[in-house]
Ligand binder design. Structure first.
Ligand code: ATR
Length: 278
């Protein structure tokens, strides 16, 4: 394919050098017979708008955005999806033309799509717990509620922050809030999702087997080294566990479809990545 036909993409964030996104999108492009130029570009809140504009002006099709720029990305777009608007954050921009940048947040549906590949993980009618109420939790709550659980209990260190995230999603389903300590007195859950940043500090939220139903699952939105503390805790306590590598690939697949209209094979790419980092 000639260089002018290359699909030009990037991920912006800080830090971003070790992002798996370039590899994932190169694998997707290979599956779909596309030639891709996907770069990892470090940016901060000040430099980000000009760097994105340069990518778009140079023929870029769009970009991914990671921490700490997701809110800035959402603000830059003329139009955005409902879930990006609810989260006031975007992980994907699509450059349609200079006047029409579209923002979406594919994290939530990426998570739901991965959960649906796991045995016994039906979300409809389930009792679900989300630990955390920051940007990571806000980016997935809408998609989780749309999957039809009976209830989502949002447990957060700071109760007011949980109340804010519930307000932003009112009308989408039944939600209750509490602190992490309240989990001990809840009925057991089918699924507990860790959306805290504790893993990046080598720590994990408290978790007991009794907080889950016997076949329940603890899903960590972290992957790689940040997933180690909760993985270890679950191993010690005999709790079924999944890290968030499948969510990462799932959100990437949805971004790729927004840019190209093509549906890559996320499961095949996840298997390749698992071979490298079990
Ligand atoms: P941001 O806070 O920038 O939106 P995030 O990773 O989405 O980033 O959110 C961090 C989450 O981890 C929050 O839910 C935070 O709890 P608070 O809202 O009370 O700050 C949670 N968290 C971080 N450190 C924690 C700790 N030491 N104990 C418990 N929860 C913690």
């Amino acid at each position: 394919m000639a260089s002018e036909q290359k699909l030009k993409l990037a991920v912006f964030g800080n830090p971003v050098a070790h992002s798996l996104s370039p590899r994932i999108h190169r694998l997707f492009a290979g599956q779909c017979g596309l030639d891709v130029d996907y770069r990892a570009i470090e940016a901060n809140r000040e430099s980000f708008p000009a760097l994105v504009a340069r990518l778009a002006a140079g023929g870029g099709r769009g970009c991914n955005i990671t921490v700490p720029l997701k809110h800035e990305a959402w603000k830059l777009a003329a139009r955005s999806s409902e879930c990006a608007t609810r989260a006031r954050a975007a992980n994907t921009l699509v450059f349609n033309d200079a006047e029409d940048w579209y923002a979406d947040s594919t994290d939530g549906n990426g998570l739901v799509n991965h959960l649906e590949t796991l045995p016994g993980c039906a979300l409809a009618g389930s009792r679900l717990c989300l630990i955390g109420a920051g940007g990571a939790a806000a980016s997935v709550l809408g998609a989780l509620l749309e999957a039809g659980p009976d209830i989502v209990f949002i447990a957060n260190r700071t109760r007011d922050r949980a109340a804010e995230v519930v307000d932003a999603h009112s009308g989408l389903g039944v939600m209750r809030i509490g602190t992490n300590q309240d989990l001990a007195s809840c009925e057991p859950f089918d699924l507990i999702i860790n959306a805290t940043s504790l893993g990046h500090d080598g720590d994990a939220p408290a978790l007991e087997p009794a907080w889950l139903k016997p076949d329940g699952l603890c899903y960590d939105m972290n992957y790689g080294g940040a997933a180690d503390p909760l993985r270890r805790l679950c191993q010690e306590k005999g709790i079924r566990y999944s890290d968030g590598l499948g969510m990462l690939v799932g959100q990437a697949a949805l971004s790729f479809t927004l840019w190209t209209g093509m549906t890559p094979d996320a499961q095949a790419v996840l298997e390749i990545l698992r071979r490298d980092q079990p």
